[in-house]
Design a protein around this ligand. Structure first.
Ligand SMILES: [Zn+2]
Length: 292
């Protein structure tokens, strides 16, 4: 089992602070990118691999990544939590996985070989279809690794978790529900934006103890979480080429947020001013009237 460390630690690195939270990829953005890369590269063979050898970027040694990927067939590219997983069949017919964690500024680009290689390109895979798959990451919070064991991620998948399993996740937990939603070992892939939005749509205050929420509230929360994530994935689907095909640095698409980053603005439902508090070190936004 390869554990991919969460690289989202705003405030830890001085460079990280100047990069706003809305620009960091969350589950919907990662799913959009994974789907876009899948459409462009699946069924192809990796002919050769070049790496930058920057130590932070490579969770597996670059030489191991290169030897695993070279001559591998890309069966599928998909999202697990916030990690992009490429399922591979190696030339030995064994299976392996190439794991890409975008971190804060990591990008996967499918480019023509003639397109100038952008600065901070840490890996270039030459594909049998004639294009290159490039991993570009200026701030180097992203991570690349290979694994021969199936990667399942640290927690449960928020889009597919059954109701009873969802309810069981929070039983007996004394932490605020907002913190529990961000805990990647419970649900993986949920970040700050969609945690705030889901709690708003479920009518639940972010400071409530996770273990004290009623069955009805948790049922509403699961529905709201799936809804906001799916809506964002839908929205991202139309703009996938901005992330995967372009070499410029595009910001990620943004939903019409109800509470996130709207401190002091009127609630879209009741006009009460949206409040901001800090939970688990993260900015948290809610409507004091709609959320109980
Ligand atoms: Zn309200």
């Amino acid at each position: 089992m390869v554990a991919v460390t969460s690289t989202r630690q705003p405030g830890v690195n001085p460079l990280a602070r100047s990069y706003t939270q809305k620009d960091m990829p969350e589950l919907p953005e990662v799913e959009t990118i994974a789907n876009g890369v899948h459409q462009r590269v699946h069924g192809q063979t990796i002919l050769s691999v070049e790496t930058s050898n920057k130590p932070q970027t490579f969770k597996s040694p670059p030489a191991e990544i290169a030897s695993t990927l070279t001559r591998a067939h890309i069966d599928r590219v998909r999202r697990v939590g916030k990690t992009i997983v490429a399922d591979l069949t190696l030339s030995s017919k064994k299976t392996a996985q190439f794991l890409i964690h975008l971190g804060m500024t990591g990008r996967l680009l499918v480019s023509d070989p003639e397109t100038p290689v952008p600065p901070h390109t840490h890996a270039t895979l030459t594909l049998s279809g004639g294009k290159e798959l490039r991993f570009v990451d200026p701030r180097r919070f992203g991570r690349l690794s290979v694994s021969t064991e199936a990667y399942e991620g640290p927690g449960k998948e928020p889009l597919t978790i059954p109701l009873e399993d969802f309810i069981a996740l929070f039983r007996g937990r004394k932490t605020p529900i907002k913190a529990a939603l961000l805990n990647q070992s419970l649900l993986h892939g949920v970040g700050n934006i969609y945690a705030d939005e889901a709690l708003h749509h479920a009518g639940i205050r972010p400071r409530r103890h996770a273990g004290r929420l009623t069955r009805d509230e948790l049922t509403r929360l699961r529905t709201a979480l799936k809804k906001v994530l799916k809506k964002a994935i839908q929205l991202g689907g139309s703009s996938v080429s901005d992330y995967v095909d372009a070499d410029g640095v595009a910001g990620f698409f943004q939903l019409h947020h109800f509470v996130y980053s709207r401190t002091g603005q009127p609630c879209r439902t009741c006009k009460t001013q949206i409040e901001r508090i800090v939970i688990a070190g993260r900015s948290t936004h809610f409507c004091p009237t709609c959320q109980k």
